[in-house]
Structures are given as structure tokens and as C-alpha cells.
Design a protein around this ligand. Structure first.
Ligand code: ZN
Ligand code: ZN
Ligand code: FE
Length: 757
């Protein structure tokens, strides 16, 4: 007889871990106990030497699907003479934290039960178990127990309670467990009145959708607006009601086979689509697919996700004459955050939806759908939210408690402790009040959930970002040190941390971005940096400054940026060029004046703006209705088979694109096709990246190159650059766990702050 005391750390709570331990102990005829603590799961076992070894081996290798074991510490102890194996009450230890599981898409077992007429949860829209269901979105406080979730108002019926307490049941200690007798319910509202309940409400929703109407659907982390994806009138109407933005809508399908009928899906994309996170994955549509072109205008990829809750499965259940793909877009006006509370949704979505499918399980935290692409068989985040947050990124070093407040657009914040960086879910654009409130509430919530009391704050260098203001105010109120980090340096550090970089050595950073406040007060964005986690970095090269005539007006109207670039390159505003034809002669002379007299024409070295300008020059996009549109449409047209490029000039640290513009204008006038010109432009930027790296390597011997900033969402550019860098024996680092856009900024800020002396 021997004894063992075991600590298991990682994601081991709310994931069926204790029933797994219990079953395993019984199988091996062990006695002892298991309990949850705030430090992880604690186990003590007595039994034969062989049985104890077998138990520990299987504990490590056969943990339930949702568990993530960070460590298993085993210590030999004197056997205590237990006679049974028991699950003990939870024992929280002061000051410790327990990782909290993200929301998990419905599992195969629950899906089977959902459609099994013999099952007592047949067609129950809230079926879940320890392997699946809502988690983060319903947690109001810790420890993670039903009274501290938004399921608190649903006392379990005796049958659910029995399952909840049975260690051998799949629903043992599944906090959101529910059934038709005791769980939440759905209803359909129209004009403020409830017109249907339960199954009838679901069928009425389907009828609305079949008839081409738009329905607001309360889901897991917020409301979606849904309509028939094949009905162009419906999709165009949705677009009109959402204020005409051309931003692509995501689609939802019942199963993988449906997605495969409409999109090309490779192995890695298939795995991502069917993963327990079930993110939106950007896929190339099949040419024969009849999805309305209004869903994703001027895009080469279509965002698709699988139904991830039982409610979504019921809504999308295949039937004749029912659309097999639904548009499922965040329920908001163009720039607002997704609606998530009932009354708020009724108000804000009034006039957007023809009806509302509601339910009475409150959403505590607003969480959007995650969006990813697959690049070189690896997932690449565009937005990290549902299914991933609040999982921490594990770093190869320890961090003091820091709060990093991130950037302004696509904001996320980051809190750190020990080796963990808790990057928040996508919060959104902080420029409006609703999002700012989510940001502040989110920070409070994470600090509570993970017992983090920041000892240092870090923000962007931009004085007017609301995230900067928040940090400044809090630093002064709580007398905490505040560090402000340059935006592109934060991008660089984020990319390093994302790649588990564990060194103080600097790397080459190709930071190609839209907008970031520079240390000279100018808006940067086409930056070559030499730096790492240390606060000091070197800006070795940057795109030459060009004026943005009209400031924000120019950002919304890339034609203006193209005019500025033409002038910058010493080229005439010829009447044959699309950005010139887009303006009247009065407007042109006004823009001319703005540039010449420096009236409201802030300078920028932004790479994003260069892409916008080229898009306008080639006649692709003169005005944008969502961020990044001009560059996205330029990329969509570029011919990947074209290899040639145009020259770019280097004048010490200044990158001058004048020769590139001369060639583009010349070849445009020769009538060379847009796909070729777009490709040559992309190739030129990729070659520029390589040239910068070669230059810096010859001076410093550095081989590692970090690619970060919003421009690297451009997969044409990314793939070209990666292959050039690989071919020249560089070691490129690209983002893996956080987005390359400003959603990654907070991580970089936090890591730089932790290395601050
Ligand atoms: Zn399940
Ligand atoms: Zn029940
Ligand atoms: Fe940025």
C-alpha cells in the first residue's frame, strides 16, 4: 500500500475533471479524495504501487477533452487508511486564481440528445453538459458555481439535481445544467409583444427567415441579426438597415457538409470550423454557390461558422425550402458594439429587425464571435473573442501584476500575473460610450475573476486614446506608475510574446500598420524597428511622410490619399487617373490647397494608407464604408501568379515610394490589367521588407524578423513576404494567439512594462 498527493493545475474546473478522477480512482481500486481549490485540483490516493502508477499515467494522458493540464505535481505520502474514494467540497485558498473556461460549442453527445425524441431534453435550446455550453459569458463572480452565474435564477429540478450530484454523470457539476422543466426558455417578440413561446417561437423565427425577413436572435454572447443568405433582397435590406456599410457578413451553417457545398475547405480549416471554439473561418466560396453576392461584396473569402449552441442548431435544422445558410451578423449599427441585454437590444435594434427571438438566460459579458483564417496550415486570428477568452496566453517568464489598456480601435486589454497574460476578448472601438463602458466593466471583471491587483499601468503613447485617458486617470487616483509605450513597439513586442520569445535580444520588426502615434508626434505606420522587450528601440527606416488632405476625411476617402501620393511622387493629376476623375475641379483645387498650405493635412508614414492610395489609384476603391476596405479589395484582386515588382528607393532611413508610383501610373496608362498591377504592388512591398531585413542583418547579424501590425492581415503580402524571408534564411515570426491588428497591442504593452527597470 502506497500513498500519493497530487496537484493538477490548468483548466481543470467546470470541464468534468473531478468525475474523471473519480471514475479513474474507482477503476484502479484506489481510496482517498479529490477536491477543487483555487490553486487547482488536489487529489490524495491510497492503493497498490501498480494502481497508483497506473492512475497517474492515465490522469496525465486521458484527461477530458476540455481540460488543459499545465502541471501535475506528485508527492509520495504515508497512506492514510481511507476506505472510500470521495469528492470533497471546494476549498478556495486566499489570493490564488483558477483559470476560467471560455464558452464551449455544443458537444456531440448533447447534439445527439437534442435531436433524440426519447431524451428528456429533446429540442431543449439550452442543453449542455460538463463538456460544453456557456461559461465565461454567464459567470458573474468566482468561485465558478451556479449561484455566481446568470443561471442563478433557475433552480434545478430534482432530475437535473440528481445528475448534477452524480460523479458518474456527464452533467456532474455542470453549472449551467438545465432541462425543459427547470431551464431558460425562448419566446418570439414582435412590436414589444410576445407572440410565440418555446418550439412555436423557433418555428416562427424560421418562418420569418424563410420569408426573407430579418430577425434579431439572442445567442450566447450577444444578439445576431439573421436572414436568408440566398435572398439578395433580404441581405440588401439588412445592409441598408445597418447603415449601408459594405462590411462582409458572417454566415452560419448547420454542419460541415453544408459549408463544404458552398466553400472550399482544407483539412486545417475543417479542424478549425469543427473545433470546440467554432470560430468564424474565412473560406474561399465555390464559384457555383448561390449565396447572395450582397453577403460579402468584393471579397475573395466568406466568413462561415457552424451552429455552436443548441438554439442555433434548432434554428438551422435542415428542411426542404429552408435556407441552409443564414447571415448571422453582430446586432448593431455599423460601429456600435454588439447588443447583449434584452432592453438594450429592443431599443437599439428597433427598426433593424422584423422580430426578436429572445431567451431569459442573461448574458453577463458581451462576447463577439471570433474570426480566423488559416495561413500555412496554422490558425491566424483576426478577432479573438468567443471560445478563446478568457484563456490566458502562457509566457515563458513571470510577470508582475500589470494592466495594459491597449489601443483605441479593436481594443483588447491585458492583465498579467505569474506566467499568464489574460488578454481580454475583443472589446471593440472605444470611440463610443457603450464600448467604453464594456472596457471599464471588463477590466473590473477580469481583475476580480483572476485576483489581479495591478501594480503598474501601461497605455499607448497617443494622448487622446480613451484607453490612455483611463490609464492616466486610474494611475493618478491609485498612485500607480504609468508607462506609455509607442504603438508600433507594442506591436513588435506582442509578436515576440506571442511566439514565446524568451530573450532580451532585439529582433528586426517589419511593423506595417494603419495608424499609431509616433514619438515625434506624427502618425506612424510603415516602420522598420530594431527592438525587443526593452523600453528602448530603434526606428531604422520608415515610409516617407505624406500629407493626408482633410485628415479623417482622407482616411475615409482613399482617393484623396492617392492625390497626395501622386503629388509626393512629382506626378501630374492627369485627367485619366481614377482618383482625379472622382473629384470636381473645385474639389481638386481645394485638396491641392490643403496639401500646399498644410491645411488640415496631418503627415503620416502609414503603410495602410499607402495600400489605400494604390487601391484608389487603380480605380478599385475611392471611398470606404468600413476600416480597411480599400486595402482588402486591392488584395482581393491581386493575381498571385504574377511575380514581378517595382523599385522602391531608400534614402538613408527614408523609404521613398516615388519610383513605385511612377511605374504604377505608367503601367496603368499602358492598360496593364488591375490584377497584375495589384500583384506587382504587393510584391514590391514584400521585396522592400526583404531588402530592409538584408540591410539590418548585414549591420547586426540578426536573423529573426517579427511581422506585426494591421497590414499583415493581408494574406497575399504575408505569404509573399514569408517565402522571401524563408528563402533568404531569415526566421520570420508571425502572430499565432493574438491578432496582428490592434487586438494584440495590449499584450505587447504588458510585456514591455514587465521588462521596465
Ligand atoms: Zn455537452
Ligand atoms: Zn431540470
Ligand atoms: Fe496598430
Amino acid at each position: 500500500m502506497v500513498g500519493s498527493h497530487i496537484w493538477v493545475k490548468g483548466i481543470v474546473q467546470g470541464v468534468g475533471f473531478r468525475p474523471f478522477v473519480y471514475t479513474l480512482a474507482i477503476q484502479h481500486q484506489l481510496t482517498g479524495w479529490v477536491r477543487n481549490t483555487s490553486r487547482g485540483v488536489e487529489i490524495e490516493i491510497n492503493g497498490s504501487d501498480e494502481a497508483v502508477k497506473g492512475f497517474i499515467e492515465q490522469l496525465r494522458t486521458q484527461a477530458p477533452p476540455l481540460a488543459r493540464l499545465d502541471s501535475v505535481e506528485v508527492e509520495a505520502v504515508i497512506p492514510n487508511g481511507y476506505t472510500t474514494f470521495e469528492i470533497l467540497e471546494s476549498a478556495p485558498l486566499p489570493g490564488e486564481f483558477i483559470p476560467i473556461s471560455p464558452d464551449v460549442a455544443i458537444c456531440a453527445d448533447c447534439q445527439r440528445e437534442l435531436f433524440d425524441p426519447q431524451n428528456r431534453r429533446f429540442r431543449h435550446p439550452f442543453i449542455n453538459c460538463t463538456n460544453c455550453g456557456p461559461r465565461f459569458t454567464i459567470i458573474t463572480d468566482i468561485p465558478y458555481d451556479r449561484p455566481k452565474t446568470s443561471m442563478a435564477g433557475f433552480p434545478m429540478c430534482p432530475q437535473c439535481e440528481a445528475e448534477y450530484h452524480n460523479p458518474l454523470d456527464r452533467r456532474f457539476h455542470a453549472q449551467p445544467v438545465a432541462c425543459p422543466n427547470c431551464g431558460p426558455s425562448v419566446w418570439f417578440e414582435n412590436g414589444g409583444a410576445v407572440v410565440a413561446n418555446g418550439e412555436t417561437a423557433i418555428q416562427l423565427t424560421r418562418q420569418y427567415l424563410r420569408e426573407g425577413k430579418i430577425v434579431a436572435i439572442k445567442g450566447l454572447g450577444g444578439f445576431h441579426l439573421a436572414c436568408d443568405a440566398f435572398n439578395t433582397t433580404a441581405v440588401a435590406e439588412l445592409r441598408r438597415r445597418k447603415r449601408r456599410s459594405l462590411k462582409p457578413f458572417a454566415l452560419m451553417a448547420f454542419d460541415l457538409q453544408t459549408v463544404q457545398r458552398h466553400c472550399l475547405v482544407n483539412q486545417a480549416e475543417q479542424e478549425l470550423l469543427t473545433s470546440r471554439q467554432k470560430p468564424v473561418v474565412l473560406l474561399p466560396p465555390r464559384p457555383e454557390s448561390l449565396v447572395s453576392p450582397e453577403v460579402a461584396p468584393a471579397q475573395t473569402r466568406q466568413g462561415v461558422m457552424l451552429a455552436y449552441t443548441p438554439l442555433h442548431l434548432l434554428l438551422l435544422e435542415p428542411a426542404p425550402n429552408f435556407p441552409e445558410l443564414l447571415v448571422m451578423t453582430s446586432a448593431n449599427l455599423s460601429e456600435e458594439p454588439i447588443a447583449y441585454q434584452d432592453d438594450e437590444a429592443r431599443q437599439r435594434l428597433f427598426g433593424l429587425a422584423d422580430g426578436f427571438l429572445m431567451h431569459n438566460r442573461p448574458i453577463h459579458t458581451r462576447v463577439d464571435d471570433s474570426v480566423q483564417r488559416v495561413v500555412n496550415n496554422q490558425p491566424y486570428f483576426l478577432r479573438r473573442a468567443r471560445g478563446y477568452a478568457p484563456d490566458a496566453i502562457k509566457l515563458p517568464f513571470n510577470m508582475p501584476p500589470i494592466l495594459a489598456t491597449g489601443a483605441e480601435l479593436k481594443n483588447t486589454f491585458c492583465l498579467t500575473r505569474q506566467q499568464y497574460a489574460f488578454i481580454s476578448h475583443h472589446i471593440g472601438d472605444l470611440e463610443n460610450f457603450e464600448t467604453l463602458r464594456s472596457f471599464e466593466e471588463g477590466i473590473r471583471h477580469y481583475e476580480r475573476l483572476f485576483y489581479i491587483k495591478p501594480e503598474m499601468l501601461v497605455a499607448d503613447l497617443h494622448p487622446d486614446y480613451l484607453s490612455t485617458r483611463y490609464a492616466q486617470q486610474r494611475a493618478s487616483e491609485q498612485s500607480l506608475p504609468l508607462l506609455q509605450v509607442q504603438h508600433h513597439h507594442a506591436h513588435l513586442a506582442a509578436c515576440l510574446a506571442d511566439n514565446q520569445w524568451n530573450s532580451k535580444d532585439p529582433v528586426i520588426g517589419l511593423i506595417f500598420d494603419g495608424t499609431g502615434y509616433g514619438i515625434d508626434g506624427v502618425t506612424w505606420g510603415g516602420e522598420v524597428l530594431l527592438g525587443g522587450y526593452a523600453a528602448a528601440f530603434e526606428r531604422t527606416h520608415h515610409l516617407d511622410y505624406v500629407p493626408l488632405p482633410g485628415g479623417d476625411t482622407a482616411v475615409r476617402n482613399p482617393g484623396r490619399i492617392a492625390l497626395a501620393y501622386l503629388k509626393h511622387a512629382g506626378l501630374e493629376w492627369g485627367a485619366d487617373l481614377p482618383p482625379v476623375t472622382g473629384y470636381s475641379s473645385t474639389e481638386l483645387s481645394l485638396i491641392q490647397r490643403q496639401i500646399d498650405k498644410h491645411i488640415n493635412s496631418p503627415l503620416t508614414s502609414s503603410m495602410g494608407r499607402l495600400f489605400d492610395a494604390v487601391s484608389a489609384l487603380l480605380g478599385i476603391c475611392q471611398h470606404i464604408s468600413y476600416e480597411g476596405q480599400a486595402a482588402i479589395e486591392l488584395e482581393a484582386l491581386a493575381d498571385f501568379n504574377e511575380e514581378s515588382s517595382y523599385p522602391i528607393e531608400l534614402q538613408s532611413e527614408i523609404i521613398n515610394v516615388r519610383p513605385l508610383w511612377e511605374c504604377l501610373v505608367r503601367d496603368y496608362r499602358k492598360g496593364i490589367s488591375t490584377p497584375l498591377l495589384a500583384a506587382r504592388f504587393h510584391n514590391s512591398i514584400a521585396r522592400l521588407g526583404l531588402q530592409m531585413c538584408e540591410n539590418l542583418r548585414s549591420q547586426t547579424g540578426i536573423n529573426h524578423v517579427a511581422l506585426s501590425g494591421g497590414v499583415w492581415q493581408n494574406i497575399f503580402l504575408l505569404r509573399r513576404t514569408l517565402s522571401l524571408l524563408h528563402a533568404h534564411n531569415f526566421i520570420p515570426l508571425i502572430h499565432q494567439q493574438v491578432p496582428t491588428n490592434d487586438g494584440g497591442i495590449a499584450l505587447g504593452q504588458a510585456v514591455i512594462a514587465s521588462f521596465y527597470p
